[in-house]
Structure formats: structure tokens, C-alpha cells
Design a protein around this ligand. Structure first.
Ligand SMILES: Nc1ncnc2c1ncn2[C@@H]1O[C@H](COP(=O)(O)OP(=O)(O)OP(=O)(O)O)[C@@H](O)[C@H]1O
Ligand SMILES: O=C(O)C(=O)C[C@H](O)[C@H](O)CO
Length: 322
């Protein structure tokens, strides 16, 4: 069967309130409204690069749920598997910026609509119809039923030859370290591609160097693992090849949140294009460097033509197009 979706992803997307002023949150009086959610960030990143993407979640049947759905649908993502419920509200997320270096997030997502996702909600054929599944370690932290849903989706993907890309996205505000480690390691075992940050890799394996982390996560071979190294770029590893790909210099660092999601979109996109692994990692690095230079998680995600100009210009990353 020819698969018509390139990528499917799912998880909680919240309304993200970004403070206009750089104050402790209790003194901020104005916010910009955006959307935030690792999986929808990745879906938007992939769509802008020209891929066919489906994203789903459970949203509250409320104005914020409608805002999220309209935004994601407006980006051209297939949202036909998304559910709206009266049972619980849409989750919210507030960022706090006390200085450029001091960034904090506050979640209002306990018992949210997304936390009510269950395996019974799933449309198996929708997942089977995708070439890639993108899944994060945020979803199983939301509730027991979300954890069950994640493993059910991974199981469906495995049975249907859908490549599983796993970003651990460790969020210790959402669950206890011991439980997080156990679940994220179980997800790593099931995944074909793993995208940990260096700290996440250390958290999962106890190893402090990218080489040790990838060796520990790839015990059974066969996996592609790319360790994100912030401004330094990334280290990739398979049984056949491994190496470092230097990052692109960010013109400025305005908001580092979302760089990892842009990176994931670049990696999946490179794989869909059958690019070499170093070229695929370079795509991820370039998108990460572009994203950190803009406010919001999704606003900075480049279109394919912008990304190509950026890659062609090398370190001279000014996007002048005239
Ligand atoms: N300051 C920077 N300058 C240039 N590139 C960067 C910078 N920060 C991040 N990147 C690029 O983005 C990628 C992902 O960033 P990072 O390592 O911060 O991931 P992460 O911790 O998963 O991010 P997130 O906060 O979104 O979860 C890096 O591997 C790198 O390619
Ligand atoms: O932290 C979360 O749960 C989010 O999904 C919000 C942000 O958009 C995400 O962290 C960026 O990776």
C-alpha cells in the first residue's frame, strides 16, 4: 500500500503566552499569544519544508482549542484525526523571561483535554498510512492513559513499517526522574531514530560524551542516533558511520526554546529526501540556528526555499532575497 502521509505526529499543543516585558511573571501585564507544543512545532517545520504531515491531539472544545486547531490547520497540516472534547479545557503555557539568559516555563496543563487521550481514541489506519512517526517523551508524562497511547501508537507503527523518530524531550516538571528514565528508555528501544540532547543522553545512559551515549542507546545496532550539542551542532551515529557536524552560527539568540523541534523537522525531512546522514544533520543544525534567532516556537521555522538559501550562504546567514 502506498502511504499518503510522509509524517504523523501527536501530542499536547497548548496556547503559549509570551510576556512582552522582561519581568518576573507576577509583574508582567501584557503577553503575546502563540501556540506551543513540541509535536505541532515539528509538524509545522516539516510542512514548511514541503512534506505531507498529520498531527493530532485532544483539545478542549473552547476558544483556545479552536485557536490551536485553526492555527495548525492553517499551516496546511492534516488535523482530521484531532478530537475536541467538553470533558476538560485546553492546556496553557506561560513563558517567563527575567533576562535573556533566565528563561522559565509555567504549565497549566494538569487534567487538560490532551491528558485524557486514550488508546481507544486512535485510528490505526491513520498511523499505518504514514512513512514516519514522530513521538516525544512529553506525551507519556501527561497521564497514565497518555503513556498507554504512546506505546500503542509505537506498536502500530512497528507493525506497519512506519519509521519511528523519538525525541526524548525530557520535562522533569511533569514527572519524577526515575519514572521518566524508565519510560524514555523503553521508548528508545522501540525507536528507529533517537534525537537526544547531550543532557538527555547523559540522563538516560549515565554517559557524558556523545560517543558513549550513542553506544549505550544503540546496543542492538540498527538505530540512527543524533545527539544535539546546542550551538556546537550535533553528533550522529549508526553502525556504519558516525561523526560531528558543526552548527551554524546563529545571528542572535533570542529564544532557544523550539530549536530541538526545528532540528527534528530537519532530520526527518533529510531522511524523507534520502539525503546523506551528514547532510541531514546539517539541515537540522541550520533550522535550529534559524529558530533560536526568533520569538515563538514556530514563527522562525523556515520554508524550503529559505532553508536552501541559508544552506547555500554557509556562515554568511543573512537572508537577503532581492
Ligand atoms: N545558539 C545556537 N547557535 C546555533 N545553533 C544552535 C543554537 N542552539 C541550538 N542550535 C541548533 O539547534 C539544535 C538543537 O538545539 P538544542 O541542542 O538546544 O536542542 P534541545 O535541547 O532539544 O532544544 P529544545 O529547547 O527545543 O528542547 C542544535 O543541535 C543546533 O544544531
Ligand atoms: O514543554 C512542552 O511540553 C511543550 O511542548 C512546549 C514547547 O513548545 C516545547 O517545549 C518546545 O520544544
Amino acid at each position: 500500500m502506498e502511504k499518503s502521509l510522509d509524517v504523523v505526529t501527536f501530542g499536547e499543543t497548548m496556547v503559549l503566552f509570551e510576556p512582552v516585558q522582561m519581568f518576573p511573571l507576577e509583574y508582567v501585564s501584557q503577553f503575546h499569544k502563540h501556540i506551543g507544543g513540541a509535536e505541532s512545532n515539528v509538524s509545522i517545520g516539516l510542512k514548511r519544508l514541503g512534506h505531507q504531515v498529520g498531527w493530532f491531539s485532544k483539545l478542549g472544545n473552547d476558544p483556545f482549542g479552536r485557536y490551536i486547531l485553526q492555527f495548525i490547520r492553517g499551516e496546511g497540516i492534516d488535523t482530521s484525526a484531532c478530537i475536541q472534547t467538553d470533558e476538560a479545557p485546553t492546556g496553557l503555557l506561560f513563558k517567563e523571561k527575567k533576562s535573556h539568559e533566565n528563561l522559565n516555563v509555567f504549565y497549566y496543563r494538569k487534567h487538560s483535554a490532551a491528558s485524557l487521550m486514550t488508546p481507544e481514541d486512535l485510528d490505526e489506519s491513520y498511523i499505518a498510512n504514514a512513512k514516519f512517526l514522530h513521538v516525544t517523551g512529553i506525551t507519556p508524562a501527561l497521564s497514565e492513559t497518555c503513556e498507554q497511547t504512546v506505546f500503542r501508537v509505537m506498536d502500530i507503527a512497528k507493525k506497519n513499517n512506519t519509521t519511528i523518530v523519538f525525541d526524548p524531550n525530557l520535562r522533569l516538571k511533569l514527572w519524577k526522574a526515575e519514572k521518566a528514565r524508565a519510560v524514555l528508555l523503553k521508548m528508545s528501544e522501540l525507536a528507529d531514530v533517537i534525537l537526544p540532547g547531550l543532557d538527555e543522553g547523559t540522563f538516560l545512559t549515565g554517559e557524558t560524551e556523545p560517543e558513549g551515549i550513542t553506544a549505550a542507546l544503540n546496543k542492538n545496532g540498527k538505530k540512527t542516533i543524533v545527539v544535539k550539542l546546542g550551538s556546537k551542532g550535533a553528533y550522529y551515529h549508526t553502525d556504519e558511520e558516525s561523526g560531528y557536524v558543526t552548527g551554524y552560527p546563529a545571528s542572535q539568540v533570542i529564544d532557544p526554546v523550539g530549536a530541538g523541534d526545528g532540528f527534528a523537522a530537519g532530520i526527518i525531512s533529510g531522511m524523507l529526501r534520502n539525503d546523506s546522514l551528514p547532510a541531514t544533520v546539517a539541515r537540522g543544525n541550520a533550522i535550529g540556528a534559524i529558530v533560536v534567532g526568533m520569538h515563538g516556537d514556530v514563527e522562525g521555522l523556515p520554508r524550503e526555499d529559505e532553508l536552501e538559501r541559508y544552506l547555500d550562504n554557509g556562515s554568511n546567514n543573512k537572508d537577503v532575497n532581492r
